[in-house]
Design a protein around this ligand. Structure first.
Ligand code: SF4
Length: 387
C-alpha cells in the first residue's frame, strides 16, 4: 500500500534553517541574522523532537522528497544536516535516491562543507545566484560577486548529481534586452533546472520603503508582462521550458519537492516558521510553527513541538487551495480530483467562459490548464473557478 500523499501526489518533508549572514533588503522570508555562533547541536536536537512529533501526527508514511530551505541552510554544519536526515529516516520510510535538496548561497559555499552535505545524503542543491551582474547583486544587497556565484555553480556541479539556481528579474531599470542576454548566459551555466522570480516588493522590507518614497522603480504592468513573456520564450528555446510560473526544467528534471506543493500533495514542515499540510484522521491539517528561532527552540524543548497555529481545512478550502497551486503548473489540474476533494464539480459554464476568453484550455477530457495569457491574470482565473 502506498502511504505517500493521497492521489499519488507525494509526501514531502520541509526543514527550515532560519539564519542568514545578512538580511537582503527585498526579503520577507523568515530569516534572522545572529552575531554570535548558533548552537547547532541544540537545534539538531530540537529538529529531532519536532520530527518525532510530526511522525506521531502523520503516522507511517513513505517520504517522496526532502527540502532544507531557509534562511541559508548552507550555514548548517554537515553534521547538523546529517542528523536531521537521519531523524527523518528513523521516523518515516525514506526510499533510496529520493530527491534531497539543500538551498545554498554562493557566499557560504566551501568545498569541504559541500562534500559533507553530499555524504549526509543531499543530492540536489539550489543556489541563490539572483543576478549575473555585479552592480545588480550589490543593489539587491547580496554579499557575493558574479565570479563567486560561477565558482559555486561549478563546485556544486562537480559534487552533486542535480543543481538548480535562482535568478531575480524585473529589477530596477532592467530592459528586456539586458535580461535576455543575462538569461542566455545563465542557461549556459545551468544544469537542468532554473528558478526565475520577478522581483516583488514586499511590505515591511527596506525595498518597500524605498519604493514608496519613489526611490526604487521596478518594471510593472506591460513592462513586467513583456519580461515574463520573454523569459518563457528564451527558456523554451534553450531546452528549459517552464513547468510552473517561475520554474523551468528539462523534461524529467522538475523539482519533485515543489511538485508536491503544486500537485497538492502532503508535507510536514519542521523548524522555525515552517508550514505543513497533511491529512490526519481524514482532514487536511495545516500547521504553522513559531517564527522566532530562539522562541521556537524553547517551545520545542518544553512541549516537543513549535506549532503555534493549526487549521483544519473544509473540503471547500481544500478545493480552493488545489486550484491555487495546480493552476500554476503547465501540466494543469485534473477536474476529477477537484470533485473528489470537494464533492462537487467546477461549474462547466465557467470553464467554457474562461476558455472562450483564452485564459484556460482543455488538455484531454478532464484536465485544464491556464494559457500564457491566463498565467498573467492567474488570481482572477482562480477566483472565477472557485466561485
Ligand atoms: S539570503 Fe535569502 S533568506 Fe537570507 S535574507 Fe537574503 S533573500 Fe532572505
Amino acid at each position: 500500500m502506498n502511504h505517500s500523499g493521497k492521489d499519488g501526489t507525494g509526501f514531502g518533508v520541509y526543514v527550515h534553517w532560519p539564519f542568514c549572514m545578512a538580511k537582503c533588503p527585498y526579503c520577507d522570508f523568515n530569516s534572522h541574522v545572529r552575531h554570535h555562533a548558533v548552537d547547532q547541536p541544540r537545534f539538531a536536537a530540537a529538529f529531532a523532537r519536532e520530527i518525532a512529533e510530526m511522525r506521531e501526527r502523520t503516522g507511517h508514511r513513505t517520504v517522496s522528497s526532502i527540502f532544507l530551505g531557509g534562511g541559508t541552510p548552507s550555514l548548517m554544519q554537515p553534521e547538523t544536516v546529517a542528523s536531521v536526515l537521519n531523524e527523518i529516516a528513523a521516523n518515516w520510510h525514506v526510499p533510496d535516491n529520493i530527491e534531497i535538496t539543500l538551498e545554498a548561497n554562493p557566499t557560504s559555499v566551501e568545498a569541504e562543507r559541500f562534500r559533507g552535505y553530499h555524504a549526509a545524503g543531499v543530492n540536489r542543491v539550489s543556489l541563490g545566484v539572483q543576478a549575473l551582474n555585479d552592480r545588480d547583486l550589490r543593489r539587491l544587497g547580496r554579499m557575493h560577486s558574479v565570479e563567486e556565484a560561477l565558482a559555486a555553480i561549478k563546485l556544486a556541479r562537480d559534487i552533486f548529481p542535480r543543481l538548480s539556481f535562482d535568478l531575480i528579474y524585473a529589477r530596477p531599470e532592467q530592459t528586456v534586452e539586458a535580461w535576455r542576454e543575462e538569461l542566455v548566459k545563465a542557461i549556459s551555466y545551468a544544469a537542468d533546472h532554473l528558478s526565475l522570480y520577478q522581483l516583488t516588493i514586499e511590505e515591511g522590507t527596506p525595498f518597500y520603503n524605498l519604493w514608496k518614497a519613489g526611490k526604487l522603480i521596478t518594471p510593472d504592468g506591460d513592462d513586467a508582462a513583456a519580461l515574463y513573456a520573454d523569459t518563457q520564450e528564451t527558456t523554451a528555446r534553450h531546452g528549459l521550458p517552464a513547468y510552473e510560473i517561475s520554474n523551468h526544467a528539462a523534461p524529467g528534471a522538475e523539482s519533485q519537492h515543489n511538485l508536491v506543493y503544486w500537485r497538492y500533495g502532503e508535507y510536514v514542515g519542521v523548524g522555525p516558521g515552517a508550514h505543513g499540510r497533511f491529512v490526519e484522521n481524514g482532514t487536511r491539517t495545516v500547521t504553522i510553527t513559531e517564527r522566532h528561532p530562539e522562541t521556537w527552540i524553547e517551545k520545542v524543548e518544553t512541549v516537543g513541538h513549535g506549532i503555534v497555529e493549526e487549521e483544519f481545512l473544509t473540503h471547500e478550502q481544500e478545493g480552493d487551495e488545489f486550484l491555487l497551486m495546480g493552476l500554476r503548473l503547465v501540466e494543469g489540474i485534473d477536474l476529477a480530483r477537484y470533485e473528489r476533494l470537494t464533492g462537487h464539480s467546477v461549474r462547466e459554464s465557467r470553464v467554457i467562459s474562461l476558455a472562450e476568453q483564452g485564459l484556460v484550455e482543455y488538455i484531454g477530457n478532464s484536465r485544464i490548464r491556464t494559457t500564457p495569457q491566463g498565467a498573467i491574470v492567474l488570481n482572477a482565473v482562480i477566483a472565477e473557478l472557485a466561485a
